[in-house]
Design a protein. Structure first.
Length: 343
C-alpha cells in the first residue's frame, strides 16, 4: 500500500520480512527517511497531518481510538435521550435536547477525523453495528430516574473532560483540533449536570435521596471509564510514545477522584466508597477496589444495556436510510445539472 502524499511503502508492510526483502535499496532509503521525519515530528511534539506519511500501526491505533470515541458519543446520546420527553420543566428539556444534540455533533467531528485516516464512515458504522467495535462501557447502564441525567452530566461528562483535555494535545492534528471544541462543550455539560443536582439537593428529602441513589449507582462505573489499571493497559505504552495518549489511565482516574471529592461535599452527597480517604503522604485520595470483572463483562457485550443500545443504534441507522438515499439522489441531480450547464 502506498500513501497519497509520498510514494512510500507503509510502516506495517515494511515491517514484514517478506516485504523488506523485495524493497529496492532506494525504496528502503525513502522509507527510512519518511520514518525519521515522522519520529522527528513526534519527538518535537509536533502534529502529524492526514497527508503526512505515518506508520501503519500509528494509523490503525488512531482509527481504533477515534472511532471508539465517536461511537461512544452517539451511543452516549441514548441513555439521556430517554429522558427528553420526561424532563421536569421546559428549561430542563431545552438544556437536555441541546446537550444530546451536542453529543451527536461530537460524534460527527470524530467520524470526520477518523475518515481523514482513510477509513470510510460506512466501514466505521458497520464495525459498531456488527458488534466488532468498542464504545465506552459507561453507556451500557440504565438511566432509572431524572437524577441520573444530572449525574451523567456531573460525573460522566466530568470524567470525559478529564480524559479528553490531554487529547487536545494529541499528535494527530485533526483529532486534537476536534477535541478543543468538544472539550468546551463538555465543560458546559458538566456544569449543567452539577447545577441540576444542586437544585435537587436543595429540594425535599425524596429529591435528595434520588440524587444520592444515582450517585451510588454511577460512581464506580465512572471510575472504570478511564480504562484498565496501567499494568493491564495494553495500548498505553505505544500510545504515549506516539503522543496520542498524554496521561495514563490510573493518573487520570486519580485526578478525577481528587477533583470530585470537594464537589461532592458542596453538593452534600456521599461518594459510595468506605475506603475513600485523603492520603497526606501521597497528596491524593486513596480509594477502594474497582470491580474489573464487571467492567470487562460490560466491555465484552454483557452489560445490562449492551444489546438494547446496539439494537437502538442499528434501528436508527436503518430508519435513516431514506435520508441518505435522498441526499445521494439530490447530489446526483446537482452533479448532472452542473455537467449539463458546463457542456
Ligand atoms: N469502555 O489499553 P487500554 C463521553 C478498552 S465519550 C470500553 O487502556 P487505550 C461522553 C480499550 O479500547 C467517552 N472499552 O486502551 C459521550 C482497549 O481495547 P482495544 C469515551 C474500554 O486506548 C456522550 C482495552 O480496553 N471517551 O465521554 O490506551 C455523553 C485496553 O485498554 C474502556 C473516549 O473514547 C472503556 N471505558 O485507553 C457523555 C476518549 N477503557 O481497543 C460523555 C478517547 C478501555 O485494544 N479514548 N477500553 O480492543 C481514550 O482516551 C482511550 O482509548 C481510553 C482507553 C482511555 C478509553
Amino acid at each position: 500500500m502506498y500513501t497519497q502524499s509520498f510514494n512510500v511503502p507503509d510502516g506495517q508492510a515494511a515491517d514484514t520480512r517478506e516485504f523488506k526483502s523485495v524493497l529496492s535499496a532506494h525504496d528502503q532509503e525513502v522509507l527510512n527517511a519518511a520514518q525519521s521525519r515522522f519520529d522527528a515530528v513526534i519527538d518535537a511534539d509536533g502534529k502529524i497531518e492526514p497527508k503526512d506519511w505515518m506508520p501503519e500501526a500509528y494509523r490503525k491505533t488512531l482509527v481504533r481510538q477515534i472511532s471508539q470515541h465517536a461511537h461512544s458519543e452517539i451511543v452516549g446520546m441514548l441513555p439521556e435521550g430517554n429522558w427528553i420527553s420526561r424532563a421536569p420543566s421546559l428549561k430542563r428539556k431545552a438544556i437536555l435536547i441541546a446537550k444530546v444534540q451536542d453529543e451527536g455533533g461530537h460524534g460527527l467531528y470524530l467520524y470526520s477525523a477518523a475518515e481523514t485516516l482513510g477509513t470510510s464512515r460506512d466501514q466505521l458504522l458497520d464495525a459498531l453495528h456488527t458488534g466488532r467495535a468498542k464504545y465506552s462501557s459507561i453507556f451500557n447502564y440504565p438511566t432509572l430516574t431524572w437524577a441520573d441525567v444530572g449525574v451523567i452530566g456531573w460525573l460522566v461528562d466530568g470524567a470525559a473532560i478529564m480524559n479528553q483535555i490531554p487529547l487536545c494535545r494529541c499528535s494527530y492534528g485533526p483529532y486534537a483540533r476536534a477535541m478543543v471544541r468538544i472539550c468546551k462543550e463538555e465543560s458546559f455539560h458538566q456544569r449543567q449536570g452539577f447545577e441540576s443536582l444542586m437544585v435537587m439537593m436543595q429540594g425535599n428529602a425524596e429529591q435528595q435521596s434520588m440524587v444520592q441513589d444515582a450517585v451510588n449507582r454511577w460512581w464506580w462505573k465512572c471510575l472504570a471509564m478511564f480504562g484498565p489499571p496501567d499494568a493491564d493497559s495494553t495500548n498505553s505504552t505505544q500510545g504515549m510514545r506516539w503522543g496520542i495518549k498524554r496521561v495514563s489511565n490510573d493518573d487520570l482516574r486519580q485526578k478525577f477522584v481528587d477533583a470530585t471529592v470537594p464537589q461532592a461535599k458542596v453538593l452534600g452527597v456521599t461518594l459510595p466508597d468506605p475506603d475513600l480517604i485523603w492520603n497526606e503522604a501521597r497528596g491524593h485520595h486513596d480509594y477502594g477496589q474497582i470491580d474489573w470483572d464487571e467492567f470487562w463483562a460490560t466491555v465484552n457485550g454483557n452489560g445490562p444495556c449492551n444489546k438494547e443500545r446496539l439494537a437502538t443504534r442499528v434501528k436508527a441507522h436503518e430508519d435513516g436510510q431514506w435520508v441518505r438515499d435522498a441526499a445521494m439522489a439530490y447530489a446526483r441531480k446537482q452533479q448532472s445539472r452542473q455537467q449539463a450547464e458546463a457542456a
